[in-house]
Design a binder for this molecule. Structure first.
Ligand SMILES: [Zn+2]
Length: 299
């Protein structure tokens, strides 16, 4: 069963076959030092960018979606401090050419000094990501074999988790090592609200996060955790569990409900007591384009 089956994480299988230093992670960063009270972010999810810019799936062209959104974001007068992608950055199998194309596509962000942070999804591949983005590899990993990060902002601490289990295998998995690390880091950061980011949803079912209940035990014990933000379902929705906001971001690459779900990006403003999300859809004729959702909490 998902909550009791604890498989060895895929990179623990691989660890013996590669040099130990190959598997590194993002390190903790104080990203806003010197910019008081500024917490403006862009959230993307399920970009599914292929190596071939002309590739179409479900009648959608993810490459073109990515380009449109990037141009919109770069035109914002209030420059965001960073972009967080909650997984499925690559098309379907995390191929090297997908990340090569992505590297080209994100270069204008990097030129504009807007960092891009990626939380891996089930269609990603760590070493292929690092092949195109060698700067993502850090010398001192926070967790061995896991691509995790902590972003300390003026108003919140953001924890980017790695729920990739195996590439192109639908369920996700964090693993005991990552969960222990998360608990330890949360315990030492109780002074500000914490927001967790990962690819997989926490619903019951075979295709979600396998160790979701183990994660939830930690979340429940750390009252500063105010939101869990994720992708995977390609549905823009929200719920609350134990006073924690569960925010399912809209996908960018494609959706499965024949236009019922928005495709696009969300503009996020983080304050000490909430998140304001503004939806920007690919299709500008949609009635939900520009719609704002507020997620609040008590400190
Ligand atoms: Zn996806």
């Amino acid at each position: 069963m998902p909550t009791t089956f604890m498989p060895i994480k895929r990179r623990q299988f691989l660890a013996g076959t590669f040099a130990a230093g190959l598997f590194t992670v993002f390190s903790a960063q104080n990203v806003f030092a010197g910019i008081p009270k500024k917490d403006h972010w862009i959230f993307l999810s399920d970009t599914h960018v292929p190596g071939d810019p002309k590739k179409i799936l479900y009648e959608y062209n993810p490459h073109n979606h990515f380009c449109q959104v990037r141009d919109e974001i770069l035109q914002l007068t209030d420059k965001p401090q960073g972009i967080i992608v909650t997984g499925d950055f690559a098309f379907l199998q995390g191929q090297p050419e997908d990340y090569k194309n992505l590297k080209t596509l994100v270069t204008p962000y990097l030129d504009a000094e807007i960092p891009v942070h990626v939380s891996l999804g089930n269609h990603d591949h760590l070493n292929n990501l690092y092949g195109a983005f060698p700067d993502f590899q850090k010398e001192k990993p926070l967790v061995a074999d896991e691509n995790v990060a902590i972003l300390e902002t003026p108003n919140c601490n953001l924890f980017l988790l790695d729920s990739l289990y195996q590439t192109n295998v639908t369920p996700g998995f964090l693993g005991i090592t990552q969960l222990r690390w998360l608990k330890k880091e949360l315990t030492t950061r109780q002074n500000k609200p914490a927001i967790l980011f990962a690819h997989h949803n926490l619903d019951n079912g075979p295709d979600t996060l396998m160790d979701r209940e183990e994660l939830w035990v930690i979340i429940k014990s750390q009252k500063q955790v105010k939101a869990y933000i994720y992708g995977h379902t390609h549905v823009y929705r929200q719920s609350i569990r134990d006073d924690v906001h569960l925010i399912n971001l809209p996908a960018l690459g494609w959706e499965f409900q024949k236009g019922k779900q928005p495709l696009g990006w969300t503009d996020a403003v983080l304050s000490g007591n909430g998140i304001e999300l503004t939806l920007h859809t690919i299709d500008k004729t949609r009635s939900d384009n520009g719609h704002v959702r507020q997620f609040t909490w008590l400190r």
